[in-house]
Design a protein around this ligand. Structure first.
Ligand SMILES: [Zn+2]
Length: 66
């Protein structure tokens, strides 16, 4: 089982550093790791405050079987 979250599931109009629609996908074994990874992405690429988006990140985190 792997958890994943797509940046554009939360920020549908977000652009990456090249001005393209952001396709970043975070993948990890635990939801906490997803939150940590996506928080770093949101802060680094989109210059957003991840503290306000933790619930959103958890909301779009999905679990898949590999
Ligand atoms: Zn992004």
């Amino acid at each position: 089982m792997v958890k994943y979250a797509r940046c554009n599931a939360m920020l549908s109009l977000a652009l990456d550093e090249n001005g393209q629609p952001c396709r970043y996908m975070s993948q990890a074994d635990t939801e906490d790791a997803i939150v940590a990874d996506m928080s770093a992405h949101l802060k680094g690429v989109h210059e957003l405050d991840p503290a306000e988006l933790v619930n959103n990140i958890r909301g779009i985190t999905k679990t898949t079987r590999k």
